[in-house]
Design a protein. Structure first.
Lengths: 194, 194
DNA sequence: CGTGGAGTTGAATACGATCAACACCGGTGG
DNA sequence: CCACCGGTGTTGATCGTATTCAACTCCACG
């Protein structure tokens, strides 16, 4: 619920309870059952999701019907489709609830008012954006340069907890390989390290 | 020179000549001959480059000595290594001048003062960050889902001018394939379309 | 118990990588 | 003016990694 989001924010920036009251009128709490499509491709919905419980994934489907996962969003992660959220264009992704999930739904104007009322909010949000770019640059580099095995090892280091929450099929589609290939990579690693 | 940067900024945001004077004291003009390494990997330099003339590329070198291009930056593009620029950690990339190049060199404090003196600068900078994330999300999706040929076609649409400025070897390493493969892709496309 | 989805394994295939040779072009110096 | 050179791109032959398609196991859940 909103309480958890407030706690999170107060850990990140200076924020009184009163200030939170002012900005929180814009936000909604939404829950989704496992497997629900939270957002369809090619739709416009100028909002960001903040996950308070559960797990979301953003993915595309190519012309052969295969899914490709752009990003996972577990607890305390942000997720949005930039095309839709920020530029008002049709979304590139689908967003789906991988588990039963609860999110804070933040329309664009939430950010406008937060930026107005809380000077430090802007600076903090900028850090998040830079950090997100840093992560994506690293991911691009891995996709360009690393083998399936190396990418899998990196994934395990980056999201140790997701390993046990996400079916292997989805991990494979995040890594850009088939589920069969991932299975073989895992087998090779297992025999390698005993 | 700085004049070109001013013109660029004034097209983007409200900015008087006096305001530009105030913020421009922080910036430097630098030039690099073709082939110069502008920034080494694993160095810390908290600055951003704005290209006024020429072309930069950001790339990594893997353990086999192969290069992988993360990004090109032609005229009026921004380029930085987030690790170094924003987080003060050793850089992930090399940056090299692909052509004789002139840049505006913007230390981190330039952004601090610009944010202070020009309220609209922050908002505009945020748009740039969101846009850059959008581009990277799209690139990740392509790397996950598209064949070498499809990625090449997308590259041509996105950077029609770079086609003729960048050696094929570099395009290949941006696309994540070998120069030989790119050559074959081009041949296949040529025979396909006459 | 059965049923269906997730994961594993095997065999055949395809796509891009690798290694090597060669063509082409622009620049340099005899 | 020509011979040489190095860098860039092309082509061919072979190799390797991941894909595809199919069968099978294993649970979780009804």
């Amino acid at each position: 619920m909103k309480e958890q989001f407030k706690t999170y924010l107060q850990k990140q920036i200076e924020l009184t309870d009163e200030q939170f009251e002012l900005i929180s009128s814009e936000i909604l709490v939404k829950t989704f059952k496992k497997g629900t499509i939270v957002m369809q491709q090619n739709t416009i919905d100028e909002a960001t999701y903040f996950v308070t419980k559960g797990l979301l994934r953003a993915y595309t489907i190519d012309e052969n019907g295969k899914e490709h996962i752009i990003q996972f969003a577990p607890e305390n992660w942000w997720l949005n489709d930039k095309n839709s959220f920020y530029f008002g264009e049709p979304s590139l992704f689908f967003i789906e609830a991988v588990e039963d999930t609860e999110v804070i739904y933040l329309p664009k104007q939430f950010f406008d008012t937060a930026n107005h009322l809380l000077p430090c909010f802007t600076a903090w949000n900028t850090v998040i954006l830079h950090n997100s770019i840093r992560f994506m640059q690293k991911r691009i580099n891995l996709l360009l340069s690393a083998t399936a095995e190396a990418r899998y090892l990196d994934f395990m280091k980056l999201y140790p907890n997701l390993m046990f929450r996400v079916p292997q099929t989805m991990i494979a589609s995040y890594l850009g390989i088939t589920p069969e290939s991932l299975s073989r990579v895992r087998k090779a690693l297992a025999t390698k390290h005993g």
